[in-house]
Ligand binder design. Sequence first.
Ligand SMILES: [Fe+2]
Length: 362
Amino acid sequence: MQQDKSDPNQSTTSPVRKAANDNSYFDPTIPGGAALRGDRVLFHFVDAVSCETLEQLAKGVLDKFGGWPSDPVQQRKLGKHAKRELKSGVPDLVSDLLKVRHGTADAMHVTGLPEETNIARVLMLAMSRCVGDIYNFAGQNGGELIMKLVPKADGGENNNAAPGEFAMHSDDAAIPRDARVHCIALMGRKNPPGVATHYAPLSWALKKMASENGNKARRALQVLSVPRFQFAFPISLGAGEGIWTRPRPIISMGPDRRWEISFPSYNTRTVSPSDTEGKEMMAWLLRSLEAVKISVEVQPGSFFAFSNLRGTHSRDNISGGDREIWRTYGIESLAGLRNLTGEHGPIFPIEPLVKLAANDNA
Ligand SMILES: [Fe+2]
């Protein structure tokens, strides 16, 4: 059951909060090209019959593999097999997930899924596999294929262990595109009510900027798409502190001719400290992303997959209550990671990628 976010009369079973000025960026008369129009976020409710189908399907997959495998190589195989089962058992769900993978949508929130741990693990891998091949870095969240995100009181700022607000960002902006996470998938296990995860499609933000000031928006695109910026490597990847990339653009054109974004807002700086125009455009982009974001609560039984290339995400402050979210990293192909690291995966070292992207003079 797919719901169109652009129809304000449609209800959704997902706890969605819309941005305050939400109608402005759906105006199809604003120039900007086909890529800036259309429904970018899908909502999919799994009904009781499909839920039962999914449970049986996951049980069958577990039987075939002799239970849940601990080896990530086997888990990846399980995910690939489970995806095939999913395709024949719940084709409408797979068809929507493939839209996120292939760029006709940017994000999808699925609700009504079975919650039992082993069943949920299988479905996590099966659905993740629909939006990309699954991998992780050895230094991130214990190098597990399904990463367990649990906040810690001493978790610092702007990372997955931080209980405070996690500001707007892309994951792995510092890493070369072919080895960077393309699609992030989250599965809810525990989530305090009201703690939302936000997603902002870049195309909506660009459209909003064009509607505010067309000439300035064109200039912003020029400024943001040249290498006038640098990103700091996130500490959560195990790369160490204070490592910045070589000069990079924030916005670039992907191979499918869609705009893509690399923007950890708290870890991005202009190459020149006196580049006031670069800073101004960066701030405008951030304001626009904040204005167009959609919000979902990744509660138990829900799955949220979104493109890390075509949008940015953030998370509310976790004020009280336990939280546990499972996460997978998806990429169109492991080939780039294999080429750049010399490893077969699905768990890769981060060090070769840091060496490749780091600015020697940073
Ligand atoms: Fe993130």
